[in-house]
Design a protein around this ligand. Structure first.
Ligand code: NAG
Ligand code: NAG
Ligand code: NAG
Length: 477
């Protein structure tokens, strides 16, 4: 110990700290290099495909104005407190119902979209949402979000949705809007939170949003008849149906909901085979409604799009007729792939009578990756590029910028993944940084999975699924 005097101790400590700093910097550099390689690979896959100028796509339903706001700011402004008994409330009639159902979903980090019956309450929350520092206004609704994305990508669009004249002007001119103008826009409140944010003793496991609306026009699919009239002459490559969640828990007059869905079903039956049909799922809580939608829409579609929470809900409805309100917010890839197989197997052999169609495409978008399954021999093209496109769109949408900055991105996918939870049929597939989209074949379908460069500086989560789904779809027609 004699020569370990205080001077050499200081030198030693400095060396150790220096090494730690250098090591940290080195691993940050390595991570950036890795993200750079993944980004480069995705961009290369995206560039392989161009969009034909005259691609025509028709979309319905529902339009609205979105107010995006940080939910904690809104709750604070309203002076709402954490409830003792969070629960899934069927009808949101009071402030206490609102905080109970919000807390229920927040605690699970699950996205949800719900109707609020009490107009006074809705106006109160809306006023607060408009007024907080994080508030942002945007043109919203599933179909308009997809329409705008597709128009930006160069497609010709027919959109069945109603807005005020004023709001209509915000849409690109290349979009043809059907439906009588409204006097007042429908309003949706997109209450967002980031991963790890707190509400009382609850912590959000991931970034997400709780959406509420008090719509008067959207639940009726008002523009259905307009679309029916225009569709034959527009003759699109794809008809996209979305926004049906606006019917969830809406107090319809006896039998009227069934009547509107029947009308939609008839439209799908009449739609020419040369037009592919795609249904974009959303969050549903009413099992009867969801079963009606399965019978009148899902069976009539060639293609389905959904997120990792909506997928188990669909599996549950198809297999047991029950709703699965909440599921794992970060499911294993193997689990999601198994659920995709289940959906495909249940819908691939649909008897093509009375306008029903066999399912040939399934796109599942998650925070961490994009998975697109297409039936072998079907008309869907470029699955690999479509998965890459969807993945890049996810980052661009959430970060709010077309340029992707790897300093503001992270990968949530592991180095490799298993293709199934069942041991004997599972393969392990490595994530190759140079060629990040993994594609493989199974008996009856091809599937591609692309990692998402998850945006770490979240600008918006709401509307992401629509944006992402439409980008993928466009590359496949
Ligand atoms: C939060 O606190 C409430 C009441 O104190 C309790 O009932 C609930 O289980 C707690 N939740 C969590 C996630 O700890
Ligand atoms: C509707 O909401 C308002 C404002 O929160 C509340 O004062 C009123 O009691 C609610 N109505 C019902 C029927 O709960
Ligand atoms: C879709 O993403 C683009 C950015 O890529 C964004 O400008 C647009 O607002 C997004 N749509 C919605 C409804 O948020």
């Amino acid at each position: 110990m004699a020569f370990l005097n205080s001077k050499s101790l200081i030198v030693c400590s400095i060396l150790i700290v220096l090494c730690a700093v250098l090591y940290k910097k080195r691993s940050a550099d390595l991570l950036q290099e890795k993200l750079g390689r993944v980004l480069h690979g995705l961009l290369r896959a995206e560039k392989k495909v161009g969009v034909e100028r005259n691609t025509r796509i028709a979309l319905g339903f529902g339009g609205c104005e979105d107010i995006f706001a940080n939910v904690q700011e809104v709750l604070e402004k309203l002076d709402y407190t954490v409830p003792d008994d969070p629960a899934h409330v069927k009808d949101i009639t009071s402030a206490s119902d609102f905080v109970r159902i919000f807390t229920y979903f927040f605690g699970e980090g699950a996205a949800a979209e719900r109707y609020v019956e009490n107009a006074t309450l809705f106006a109160e929350v809306a006023a607060a949402a408009r007024d907080v520092p994080s508030a942002r206004l945007a043109l919203g609704g599933n179909a308009p979000a997809m329409a705008r994305r597709l128009a930006i990508e160069g497609a010709e669009i027919l959109l069945a949705a109603r807005f005020t004249e004023q709001t209509r002007k915000q849409l690109p001119e290349s979009i043809r809007v059907l439906g009588k103008p409204l006097d007042v826009d429908e309003l949706h409140l997109v209450l967002e939170y980031s991963a790890g944010s707190k509400w009382g003793n609850y912590t959000a496991s991931r970034a997400n949003r709780f959406i509420i609306h008090s719509d008067k026009s959207n639940p009726f699919l008002d523009t259905l008849e307009d679309l029916e009239m225009e569709l034959p002459s527009f003759d699109p490559s794809v008809l996209v149906v979305g926004g049906l969640q606006m019917m969830d828990n809406f107090p319809f007059k006896e039998g009227y909901r069934e009547e509107r869905l029947k009308k939609l079903n008839e439209l799908l039956i009449k739609t020419d085979r040369s037009t592919k049909t795609h249904f974009e799922l959303a969050s549903f809580s009413d099992a009867t409604l969801m079963k009606e939608i399965v019978d009148s829409v899902v069976y009539q579609c060639d293609s389905l799009g959904m997120n990792e929470q909506e997928l188990p809900n669909l599996v549950s409805i198809l297999t047991s007729g029950e709703i699965a309100l909440i599921s794992d917010s970060r499911p294993r890839i193997a689990t999601v792939l198994d659920q995709m197989r289940t959906v495909f197997n249940l819908l691939k052999d649909t008897d093509e009578s009375n306008g029903k169609r066999k399912l040939t495409r399934l796109h599942v978008h998650t925070l961490a990756y994009q998975a697109i399954l297409t039936k072998k021999g079907s008309d869907w093209k470029n699955t690999m590029s479509a998965a890459a496109k969807a993945s890049l769109t996810a980052n661009r949408h959430v970060c709010g910028s077309n340029y992707i900055d790897t300093e503001k991105a992270k990968l949530l996918m592991d180095e490799s993944f298993s293709t199934s939870t069942s041991e004997d049929s599972a393969d392990r597939i490595p994530l190759e940084e140079q060629r990040p989209v993994s594609c493989w074949s199974e008996d009856e379908f091809d599937i591609c999975l692309a990692p998402v460069l998850v945006c770490t500086e979240v600008l918006q989560t709401g509307g992401g699924g629509d944006n992402i789904s439409s980008a993928g779809l466009l590359y496949q027609i």
